[in-house]
Ligand binder design. Structure first.
Ligand code: FES
Length: 164
C-alpha cells in the first residue's frame, strides 16, 4: 500500500499559486509604476514663476532714464504649458540702488510707457501718470507701480519673479 506524503505546511499547488501571484505582482509593478509616475509626475513638478531672472549687465543701463526690458517665460503647470511676456523698467540713478518696476499698471493691468516729455510712466488706458519712481501723479491707479526685488551677481542684474 502506497502512501502519499503531504507537506504539513504547504502542498505543491498552493506553492505554485503563491509563486505565480508574487511574480505577477512583481511584473505589474515593473510595468505599472513607470506608467503611474508618468501620469502623476507633472502634478508634483517644479512650477515656473518663482525664479531669479537675469536682466543682463547693469552697466548697460543708462543713468536717470528708465529703460524697458522685455522677456518671455514659459510656465509648466501640470500638463499645461503656457508662455507669458513681461516688461520691466530698470531705473539706475547715481548713488542710489537700482530699482526695477513692472510695466503693468496697478489700475486694470494695461502696460505703461515711459514718456520722456512728462518725465513719467503713462498708462494709455485711462490716462494715468506715474512719476519716475513709480508714484501715482494722476489718474485712477490705487497704488504706486509694483517693484521687483533685485540682486547683483557678477555685474549682472537679477529680479525675483514671484507668481501667485
Ligand atoms: S489701466 Fe492704467 S489707468 Fe486704468
Amino acid at each position: 500500500m502506497s502512501r502519499k506524503y503531504r507537506s504539513p505546511v504547504m502542498d505543491r499547488r498552493s506553492f505554485v499559486k503563491i509563486v505565480t501571484s508574487a511574480l505577477g505582482s512583481l511584473m505589474a509593478a515593473v510595468v505599472g509604476l513607470p506608467v503611474i509616475q508618468y501620469f502623476i509626475s507633472p502634478a508634483f513638478g517644479k512650477e515656473a514663476g518663482d525664479d531669479w531672472i537675469s536682466l543682463g549687465t547693469l552697466e548697460d543701463y543708462p543713468f536717470n532714464t528708465p529703460t524697458l526690458f522685455n522677456f518671455t517665460l514659459t510656465k509648466i503647470n501640470g500638463w499645461e504649458r503656457s508662455s507669458q511676456s513681461y516688461g520691466v523698467f530698470v531705473l539706475r540713478e547715481e548713488g542710489k540702488e537700482v530699482v526695477v518696476f513692472s510695466d503693468v499698471c496697478t489700475h486694470l493691468s494695461c502696460r505703461v510707457n515711459w514718456n520722456p516729455e512728462k518725465e513719467g510712466y503713462f498708462c494709455p488706458c485711462h490716462a494715468a501718470l506715474f512719476d519716475k519712481h513709480g508714484n501715482v501723479l494722476s489718474g485712477p491707479p490705487p497704488r504706486p507701480m509694483d517693484r521687483y526685488e533685485t540682486k547683483l551677481d557678477g555685474g549682472q542684474l537679477f529680479i525675483h519673479l514671484r507668481e501667485g
